[in-house]
Design a binder for this molecule. Sequence first.
Ligand code: WT7
Length: 650
Amino acid sequence: MSYPYQIKTLAQYHQVYRESIENPSKFWLDIARHFKWRKQPETTSEVLTWNFEQPLIEWFKGCKLNITENCIDRHLEHDANTPALIWEPNDPEEHQRILTYKELHFKVCQFAHVLKNNGVKKGDRICIYMGMVPELAIAVLASARIGAIHSVVFGGFSAQSIADRLIDAQAEFIITQDGAYRGNKEIPLKSVIDDALLQCSFVKRVIVLTHNRMPVSMIKGRDVWWENEIKKVETQGNPDFPAEEMDAEDPLFILYTSGSTGKPKGVVHTCGGYMVYTNYTFVNVFQYQKGEIHFCTADIGWITGHSYIVYGPLSAGATSLMFEGIPTWPDAGRFWDIVDKYRVNILYTAPTALRSLMAFGNGPLQGKELTSLRVLGTVGEPINEEAWHWYHEKIGKGKCPIVDTWWQTETGGIMISNLAGVTPHKPAHATYPLPGIQPILVDENGHVIAGTDASTGEWPKEVVNGNLCVKFPWPGMLRTTFGDHERCRLNYFSTYQEMYFTGDGCFRDKDGNYRITGRVDDVLNVSGHRIGTAEVENAINMYTDVVESAVVGYPHDIKGQGIYAFVILQQTSENQDLTRQDILQTVTRLIGAIAKPDKIQFVSGLPKTRSGKIMRRILRKIAENEIQHLGDTTTLLDPGIVDEIVKGRL
Ligand code: WT7
């Protein structure tokens, strides 16, 4: 498989970018032709229908396909024996597993039969709560093959979070496993599901894979073993499973993500546009070459894993490496051992992982052969220059381009990034927009900042700074939030008229390089995970003795951002440490350990305006230890409270 749409030179990038803006429908139609469709888009009029007011976004509507025929079947002719997935287990002493495209086809078809035997139909929602085992990828693909809508929930979320997601999606089917390995820990996934299901009697079937074989409860009539279901299929004979024909705009999956208010929202992606976009960005950003090994260290529970472990690489016939464990177990050389063992060519990871590994010094790099590496990538949060240079020098030996890829759960795929070795990299900058992407910067009042409208074809000459929006649709963008379209409109399309608002602040230098500076809304980015402050506050407020709380972020050396909570208790606690532990436990139960505050400060009041609004700006400054510049506090209901909070700062 070759990629005729792979951009090869800087000049070509500029040319393709211009064409993509001048005639988007023609641009995407020419790319879409290189996929396997049941009914393929023939004319530009079939490509795009849109308005951002509703919003209504349709790509290739009326065209038919199944994404798994693109990720698997179409590679069977020339690449049947090419490894599709390489799986490296948590424990380096255990055996790796390799699935060729042929084997993956067999397994996905088998499991699609299992889903069918268990009553799953097109359009049904399946919640997948698993660790990073090959069966997770198989479950995702089998779901897509039968036309069901998968909702993968990251294995670190609590029973309550799963229940919220099951209820929101009305998911009647669950795929899970007994337990997962994570470093030296075992995570009881099935048992967490059991707790969630106490609230979800509408769930009809739970399919349980055995992995670590920790004891689990199995309820007759509801819970079945993965392996037993496979055996039944084996006796049925014919393993092929004809893929369900999907409209390009049929939903492919839901992925929940945090926003600035309340509960996480179910971002919906559809089949055709998402496929084209993840493939196009994979091939171009990483400059993938046939036969290379691509190692994305994300979990499939996040969008990065969906797009750049599963759909992007597999649709390109690539070899995708999937890792069950963590970067620091058995030691901080784990990533480098994997690179060495499989001769990895592309490594795609998060700045937080790099910072945590940097802290171990050069020891873990000793004796590790890293010369196979050709491209390095980062994702999930801004990368600081120190981590960038460490990555470049120590891992890439100064020879590998680093792609700093900016994107979001909602964008489906990479939006702003250099193309490895084709367009220049610049430390801590995501650099240029991908072809088809029209960024635009606006100020707080919604005015477009002069010279930042990409569609004018002007290349900027000044440094500018503003809120990052996108002016025109791209195939990978979200279509709605599940069950609540108005929420989608309010969240993304109402802040600025006729634009998609990202929630990020951004600089652009005189050469047109974008540098994303972080969220401008009440969303935190902790170790590359998105967490809404309101969600954490709601969880803290559930603790019996809490009256009120306010949560803000502060700079954290490893995590990027840490979580700082200011908490008012009903009465002063006799044992503050124990109360803190109780609150942490409450947050862990309600959301998951990833949302645990790093600091909890007990206060007697919060800085509020006369109308009762919490002045987060002041709390943020205190958490950041910027107490010299607290700004005007005279409009506060009780200015005295600020002094008390500053004194008690942790
Ligand atoms: C938020 C999206 C995209 C997959 C992982 C996170 C931040 C993401 C970068 C980057 C600076 C980045 C943004 C964005 N972000 N990539 N290269 N440089 N910031 O997906 O959970 O949807 O979070 O992550 O703030 O809005 P997500």
